[in-house]
Design a binder for this molecule. Sequence first.
Ligand SMILES: [Fe+2]
Ligand SMILES: [Fe+2]
Length: 274
Amino acid sequence: MRFLFLGDIVGRSGREAVFKQLPALRHDFKLDFVAVNGENAAAGHGITEKIYLEALHSGIDVITTGNHAFDQKDALIYAERAERFLRPANYPPGTPGKGAAVFTTAKGARVLAANIMGRVFMQPALDDPFAAAEKILASCPLGEQADAIIIDFHAETTSEKQAFGHFVDGRASIVAGTHTHVPTADAHILPQGTAYMSDAGMCGDYDSVLGMDKEEPLQRFLSKIPRRRFEAATGKATICGLAVEISDRTGLAERLSPLHLGPHLQQAMPDFWN
Ligand SMILES: [Fe+2]
Ligand SMILES: [Fe+2]
């Protein structure tokens, strides 16, 4: 099975790059499943239902989020009916929407997708992410109810992300980190077969501060006084993510590669799907 995970879409430039290029990537790589973090898709702040629907139309199978899941207030409403929208599973009980769901690919494979948020240096601090993962994996184990399991672990620190990766190693196909908006250089397969990358990076304009127009963040560091709202940078976006070949037999990772496609970063593409 061929999986592509893309990190946080930031603003219009990130949306346009992903929505425009994904159909070709999906076709050329013969992708079975595409998951994308959309928590910053609406001008950097959350995701509207309209953008969520556009994302599905472009060929995305599931949209994950994080601490910005509910920045757009309509998400509190549509999260309940949007089958392919995930917010972190470890929000308190009663939070609208869901943090995990099973989807069936065109070839009939059952894919469990989960979104879980870390707690170190994160606001809001949610329930225990490790306990949340345990509960989800126990209810839908790899090789039993699921043919593949992909987890977006949305967290600030590489330590919490690495610990989480080891916690689910051999029990999930992919753990892809999100939230920092900067891709890490540590994509590898963990000892028990889980594809792991501390952060997939963002899909946005890298001539920026984390996808936001660089002027206001820089001024805040210099003067400590907010002058205006952060606005998404408008330059051409680079798409960043993680491509993984998953065994049909075991549901574990066989090959992986970072994907960087766009103007600012060193390009990276999987070479095993040509
Ligand atoms: Fe983000
Ligand atoms: Fe985030």
